[in-house]
Design a protein around this ligand. Sequence first.
Ligand SMILES: Cc1ncc(C[n+]2csc(CCOP(=O)(O)OP(=O)(O)O)c2C)c(N)n1
Ligand SMILES: [Mg+2]
Length: 697
Amino acid sequence: MTRGHSGRQADALEWGDDDDRAVDYLRAIAADAVQRVGNGHPGTAMALAPVAYLLFQKVMAHDPHDPSWLGRDRFVLSGGHTSLTLYSQLFVSDYGLTMADLEAFRTAGSRTPGHPEYGHTTGVEATTGPLGQGLSMAVGMAMAARYERGLLDPDAAAGDSPFDHRIWTICGDGDLEEGVSSEASSLAGVQKLSELCVIYDDNHISIEGDTAIAFTEDVCERYRAYGWATHRVDQLPDGRVDVPALHAALEKARAERERPTLIQLRTTIAWPAPHARNTAKSHGSALGEEEVRATKEQLGLDPDEHFAFDDDLLARVRERLRHRVDAERRSWNAAFTEWQLRNPDRAALLDRLLNHEPPADLDAALPVFEAGASMATRKASGLVINAVASVMPELWGGSADLAESNNTTIENSPSFLPAGSGVPDSSPYGRLVHFGVREHAMGAALNGIALHGLTRPFGGTFLVFSDYMRGAVRLSALMDVPVTYVWTHDSIGLGEDGPTHQPVEHLWSLRAMPGLSVVRPADANETAAAWRATLRQHGPVGLILTRQNLPVLDLAHETVVAGVARGGYVVRDSDATQVILMATGSEVSLALEAAALLDDRGIAARVVSLPCLEWFDQQEAAYRDSVLPPSIGARVAVEAGATLGWWRYVGSSGRVIGIDHFGASADPATLFRDAGITAERVAAAAEESLADVSRHH
Ligand SMILES: Cc1ncc(C[n+]2csc(CCOP(=O)(O)OP(=O)(O)O)c2C)c(N)n1
Ligand SMILES: [Mg+2]
């Protein structure tokens, strides 16, 4: 077997008294940290101290002094409540986290918040805490590792590329009870993500007590059925983790070339606290002064010392890790330099991806649609994706089994599937992902792909099913990662599938989420401009697209590009505007019809398209006021969804035309008419609003 850069040969475990002592200190620090602040989760961090220590100090490829090292393994702590498990390793490994940071655990402004937060604490690769998400993001990271390898070093033998590395995860019972992890683990099995290793902390405890009350399946059997390699590691008779046995299992995982690995590791929560161990209470409450003292006595530590870690021991532990890391970095750096020399074009691509720069020819690649044509915005989106695909190899993704409906297919690209899948037109490096009917895992995997760092993933489903993935979408927003959600079939306009499939409350529900840009283009050209702006911004975007055809509006190209990027702009102006009609998506053309009706009645109406309220609200006041002049109080908003938030934009004399009840199974024209979303109603509402304004003056 070759000695690859991350696919090292199985290492013998070097574990001595220093390592045992370091783990003892970390168990006590976990108890101290929760005791100090009075709240938090001590038990699991105490029990898992040797597990995380083993990974960070002996197994994982990582460089604490270069946390964004491209060749590093990724670590995801799926049970974010046991954040001390991670923080204590970031301290011991010398990521810059200090003992003072551990003392400040869970306090305002600290680098050690209750749950690990990506972008907040150096060395935290993903925000975790909502159970199930971490493991599912790790699945996405493993997918990304393969895809990125395909972009940069596709021909290297397994384990021989500087881009080869592994994804390690620790999860608990709760993570495996959550549906999202089942979806993601099933997908990981299909994808044969052998880079992924999950350590399952099988402690038989969750908050309500013994897991016998709610979780009794054989987890290894379940994972074997998913196609994973599984290993069981029992604890020692005294309740300690069997470190050599765990290490042996980890080494087997590292040698895997075919399957992801699950290691079911039996542990005792809060070990070795004499009374708190093996109790649900130790999951989420401070042990109490007496029990903390007793724990330290068990460990042979001074009960009067808090946040103790012997300086010399710390220096030796760090020195040992440094020694290992330096050797690995030397060999990696040499391999990377050689790769750069052999692959100048790919090296240039890597530079661009690392800088998160869109390609220079992005704008030129974007299609322009002819006014007067009729096209669904989902269709336009599909054309844009395909046009952009040729200049943006970092753009990849798929759908949760609705690719044809979501128009998410990149034509002439193989499906992303492992070698030997037997599926025609597939490749381990394909850019077309079949997530299966697994919206939630799709969202989490997209997060993992984006977190992994180099590419821009997208995923499609019906807008109504954004509900099924909301937990993941919220993390996209919280972490501010470049994930694009392609949500089609955006209103009652989808027609006959009826109320189960017709979104109503979704637009405002998604707009309520901080950090998510909700973009609902009015026509094909706005759709192209929406993709353009999306591919230039960092955070997550939800593209809200129609099933039904919409007229391509007659607007100057530059107006649309600039207007969409600013979130809102005037699409039809009038001299001496009396009333403003504002709309998004399919209702912009309706507002234009209404403006024509008002013209006939001698009323001057301006029409404003507001494809993205988040972007519009970020504009300077002067721009916003130029689009929605404060002096014009007569306003109507129209959108085929809940009216909820429009009142803020129309003011006290305004009117909102929307739909605040479920739809029905019928043809779209009937549904729009029955819901009162018609040009005539908009025109009438404009007249009412005008009358209101003149009454108040
Ligand atoms: C989605 C979600 N639901 C509920 C919670 C609240 N919660 C935090 S930890 C926990 C129990 C987890 O049990 P387990 O994973 O076994 O962790 P252990 O107690 O063994 O550390 C719950 C319900 C959460 N964080 N996320
Ligand atoms: Mg548990």
